[in-house]
Ligand binder design. Structure first.
Ligand SMILES: Cc1ncc(COP(=O)(O)O)c(C=O)c1O
Length: 487
């Protein structure tokens, strides 16, 4: 018996394209308004219990009307987003996105391209970004690169490339084994936690990472690192990797990348740079000299979703020697066979450069962003965030109730409200400010002291936003002191 074929109404396409089109135009207009009028909204707002409860609903078995779903989005999702589109968002290291990037995301979703491989133009767009990134950092033509979720993933992949370079490709078959157990890597105590996690995930264990002390500006002590490498070699360990920071997460310090690069050359070590947000400082002629030495790294991890304002996510790894990059990840499979013609042509494919096979079209929003603004404007915007950090620093230095806790080197300012129980007080002040919707700084701990941390990454942030943050810190600080909420 022939089974009954389902009718065309079984596809997921709309029954009425005009209705969908009208709904789509409303959504687009609303999102453009959302970005254009972002200042009218609080930076962030706490999620009411009843809103959170809506997202504990049963699995939907029957279809719902798109207009109704969109109403839910407008009422219960859009108002409770992270807030990093807002110029008052200064927490962690979050880019603000752009309307151009948003539109590019919509186009990418329409194409629904899978960038694991095969011969299609979206792959060429990604290769174009690789080429542009290569040019930004002065890397050679053999360099290769790939989009990933973020710098956490890019750092992990760099550790894996360095591992394969140190132990040979057989490590992928046999595991790190006894020789791998002797490998050690070097970074600073100010390095991002994802580096230690990368060592763990790569099978070395986080103990194989030596976190070296820093100077008062949070730059790694290269002399101490050299001495540690010598001590480790003496006891039979095998140093293989140095990870420098181009913009530490806490205060934005840039290691002496030239000195690290020279050390790596002398010692024959892989030189990786975590440039999550700082690496794109090369786009600013004023900041580029601070990054001298970056051009001689073996690999760089960076995020276009931070200082370049590409919408999340758009992490990137660039590797000086593309062959070594491929050796760490390419793996033949009959169902991924490469051809010289047809859709299976165009090898190597991005799946040869990382763990992912299916991958989205992150390159498109980056391509739109780089073309729409150009690197000169992006560089000027990056320099402006640093100037605003300098302005915030000056406001803090001029205000006796505030204390600067670290030198301001790029776009990050760490400070606190002076008080007896300062840690508790400043932690509360940050939560008060976040809940007020005025601004969204975050916190960190520097030398055992809790700091209010303002990272000015968003291109929309202006002097008035910095002033609003300072006023809010002073106001909530005074209120808490007078309420007797802090001793
Ligand atoms: C210096 C540094 N490294 C790594 C990361 C992790 O990047 P991602 O969040 O894109 O994984 C960050 C994030 O802020 C960072 O500042």
């Amino acid at each position: 018996m022939t089974p009954a074929l389902p009718g065309p109404s079984e596809t997921l396409d709309p029954q009425d394209w005009n209705e969908l089109r009208a709904q789509g135009h409303r959504m687009l207009d609303d999102m453009i308004d959302y970005v254009a009028r972002i200042r009218e909204r609080p930076v962030w707002r706490p999620i009411p219990d009843e809103v959170r409860a809506r997202f504990r609903a049963e699995l939907p078995r029957a279809p719902s009307d798109l207009a109704d779903i969109y109403r839910e989005f407008s009422q219960f999702i859009a108002p409770y987003a992270t807030g990093n589109v807002h110029p008052g968002f200064m927490g962690w290291v979050h880019g603000g996105g752009t309307a151009v990037g948003m539109l590019a995301e919509m186009l990418a979703a329409g194409l629904n391209a899978n960038l694991g491989g095969r011969d299609h133009i979206p792959i060429e767009v990604e290769r174009q970004i690789v080429e542009w990134t290569r040019a930004m950092f002065g890397f050679p033509h053999e360099a290769s690169g790939i989009f990933v979720t973020g710098t956490s993933m890019a750092n992990l992949m760099a550790v894996l490339v360095a591992r394969t370079a140190a132990l040979g490709q057989l490590v992928r078959q046999h595991g790190v084994g006894r020789e791998g157990a002797l490998l050690t890597a070097y970074t600073s105590t100010a390095a991002h936690g994802c580096i230690s996690k990368a060592m763990d995930l790569a099978g070395f264990g986080s103990d194989a990472l030596r976190s070296m002390p820093t100077d008062s500006s949070h730059r790694v002590d290269v002399t101490e690192m050299r001495a540690q490498i010598a001590r480790d070699r003496e006891i039979g360990l095998k140093p293989f990797l140095v990870i420098g920071s181009a913009g530490t997460v806490d205060i934005g310090a840039i290691d002496d990348l030239k000195a690290l690069s020279a050390l790596c050359r002398e010692e024959n070590l892989w030189f990786h740079v975590d440039g999550a947000y700082g690496a794109l400082g090369v786009l600013s002629p004023a900041l580029a000299p601070l990054l001298a030495g970056l051009e001689s790294a073996d690999s760089i991890a960076l995020d276009f979703h931070k200082w370049a304002q590409v919408p999340y996510d758009a992490g990137f790894l660039i590797v000086r020697d593309g062959k070594q990059h491929r050796e760490a990840f390419s793996a033949p499979a009959a169902y991924l066979s490469r051809e010289t013609r047809g859709l299976a042509a165009g090898s190597p494919w991005p799946c040869d450069l990382g763990p992912d096979l299916s991958r989205g079209f992150r390159a498109l929003k980056t391509w739109f962003t780089l073309k729409a603004f150009g690197t000169e404007k992006l560089g000027a915007m990056i320099a402006r965030t640093c100037a605003l950090a300098g302005y915030l620093e000056a406001r803090i230095l001029a205000e006796p109730r505030l204390e600067l806790l670290a030198p301001v080197q790029l776009n990050i300012v760490c400070f606190r409200y002076r008080a007896a129980d300062a840690d508790r007080m400043n932690n509360d002040i940050v939560a008060d400010i976040q809940e007020s919707g005025i601004a969204a700084p975050s916190t960190t701990t520097l030398d055992g002291v809790l700091a209010i941390r303002a990272a000015i990454v968003n291109h929309r942030t202006d002097v008035s936003d910095v002033d609003a943050l300072v006023s809010a810190v002073l106001e909530f600080g005074a209120r808490r002191s007078s309420d007797g909420l802090a001793p």
